[in-house]
Ligand binder design. Structure first.
Ligand code: ME8
Length: 511
């Protein structure tokens, strides 16, 4: 029985190193996975590299090495980025691994033998974009070039096996009618429906013109088409064909996350391939927008790629993760700019959360020897408990609808309210009056308690910063053991807790 929340990123092409566009998807997937862990769910977060195909073979040739040497050299360059970005994936799949080659052979064989001739031989001639690893029709092109990469396509002609995608039109439409949530956001769903309604063409699933791929089990002169190979990774890692018990706990995947560039492969090819093999399609394909630089899609092909380290070195990993999730409405295209990143960092992190933590801890140190005072039972906390409860409700609602930017924004409503509350209650003044010590203590209790709740809420987004807030608050129970919603209920901070003022959470950055 399925018992695991299963989220995936695309497996990226290691023909080059990652840029912040790839990192955008991987950070989002990590936040979703961490949020579900925070809710106490069993989670499986999969990522990896897509290592076969013509694009990879050509990158290797250009470097003067064989494809295997090339992918072995490049793959660590991806993992090093995920590691510095605090991406806590549960499995990393490489399509050149034997477990994957076995799963692809199994899936191919299952479709080949399904009794409906869904795989048949033929000759293919068409216009191919190597960057997409995709054939295009004349009418798809823009000025004769690939609509995604703006590069010339090539005329390829070869003997292929085809997959009878055209036979799946009605079943796909029916699937999406019964499962409106299966492609999101809505604009992407409409796009997919119109592609399917417009009629589907069979696509070739093998290549004979080069050899860097997985041989077809029944005709090893052919290697498997890289997209058929790559999509299969999602079931390989879940135990397809090797561990039925595990496969039952994991599959269908809950969310395949990606940008809209590869929506068609995920929402049309992939479910049809699975249907042909008698496997249930994934529950959801979620295609976010593009990260733009100067108004254009950032891409390696167009040489506008920014390596994540260029930004992490300057802003730190927590600020990095926060910026991309907060700044860009999840699902829409969004521009990256250095200026907006500096502004967000200083306004929301240094002046917002960071300043709140340091003020509260400084006041506790000055007036209460750093110990968390008790709440006074007279309502000094004002509306903070109600605001925190409201924020939690909205935060969970937004996460449930994959509105990641709004979920993060909800937590910042609490930051804003606590800062305002402190201005209203002036605990630094109240504390100077010996007769009002209890009141000052209760106000600081409320502010510290709100910070505790904030640490829990930001932990999926900024795991490092959340841990530092937790540590400075001096809470003994591990942050990693906190579970929503209980951990965000008001009153969890124990009076008497010894806080430990530390370094500034987010030092300001000069523009
Ligand atoms: O397509 N904005 O790999 P890929 C947002 N191997 N996201 C971006 C982006 C941008 N400017 N640029 C890249 C492949 N991405 C196949 C996938 S899956 C079975 C096989 C992200 O290396 C986004 O997630 O070209 C996009 O879908 C993916 O990188 C494409 O990565």
């Amino acid at each position: 029985m399925k018992d695991t929340f299963y989220v995936t990123t695309p497996i990226y092409y290691p023909n080059d190193v990652p840029h912040i566009g790839h990192a955008y998807t991987s950070v989002a997937a990590d936040i979703i996975a961490r949020y579900h862990r925070l809710r106490g769910e069993r989670v499986f977060h999969l990522t990896g590299t897509d290592e076969h195909g013509l694009k990879l073979q050509r990158a290797a040739e250009a470097a003067g090495v064989d494809p295997r040497t090339w992918v072995d050299r490049m793959e660590p360059r991806w993992r090093e980025v995920w590691s510095r970005l605090d991406i806590a994936y549960d499995d990393y799949i490489r399509t050149t691994e034997p477990r994957h080659e076995a799963a692809v052979a199994q899936l191919l064989q299952a479709v080949y033998e399904n009794g409906r001739d869904d795989i048949y031989p033929g000759i293919y001639e068409g216009l191919y974009c190597v960057s997409c690893e995709l054939y295009y029709g004349e009418s798809d092109l823009e000025g004769g070039n690939c609509p995604i990469h703006g590069r010339p396509v090539e005329l390829l002609r070869e003997e292929n096996y085809f997959f009878r995608l055209s036979a799946y039109r009605d079943r796909l439409l029916e699937h999406y009618e019964h499962h409106p949530e299966a492609v999101q956001p809505e604009v992407r769903r409409n796009e997919v429906l119109s592609v399917i309604r417009g009629g589907l063409q069979d696509f070739s699933i093998s290549r004979t013109s080069f050899h860097w791929g997985i041989p077809l089990p029944w005709d090893p002169r052919h290697v498997c088409y890289v997209w058929f190979d790559a999509l299969t990774n999602y079931i390989t890692a879940a135990g397809y064909g090797s561990d039925p018990e595990r496969f039952g706990r994991m599959w269908p995947a809950d969310v395949h996350l990606m940008a809209k560039d590869i929506l068609r492969q995920h929402a049309v090819y992939w479910p049809a391939m699975l249907m042909a093999a008698g496997v249930e399609p994934a529950r959801q394909v979620w295609a976010h927008g593009y990260l733009l630089v100067g108004g254009e899609k950032m891409s390696k092909t167009k040489l506008t790629g920014i390596h994540p380290f260029e930004l992490i070195d300057h802003f730190g990993v927590d600020s990095y993760r926060y910026y991309f999730m907060r700044e860009i409405q999840f699902g829409q295209d969004g521009n990256f700019s250095w200026e907006s990143m500096v502004e967000r960092h200083n306004a929301d992190l240094a002046n917002g959360l960071g300043n709140l933590l340091s003020r509260v801890l400084a006041m506790l140190a000055a007036s209460f020897e750093g110990r968390v005072p008790p709440p006074d039972g007279t309502g000094a906390e004002g509306d903070l408990p109600a605001v925190a409860a409201d924020v939690l409700g909205r935060y969970e609602g937004h996460f449930g609808r994959m509105e990641l930017s709004s979920a993060v924004g909800a937590a910042w409503d609490l930051v804003g309210r606590v800062n305002q509350y402190l201005v209203e209650r002036e605990p630094w003044k109240v504390a100077r009056d010996p007769a009002r010590q209890e009141e000052a203590g209760a106000v600081l209790y409320a502010a510290a308690e709100a910070l505790r709740i904030l640490a829990v809420l930001i932990s999926p987004v900024m795991p490092g910063a959340a841990a530092r807030v937790w540590e400075q608050l001096g809470i003994a129970a591990p942050l990693g053991a906190q579970r929503l919603p209980e951990a965000a209920a008001w009153g969890g901070l124990a009076p008497g807790t010894v806080t430990r003022r530390g370094e500034a959470l987010f030092p300001r950055i000069d523009a």
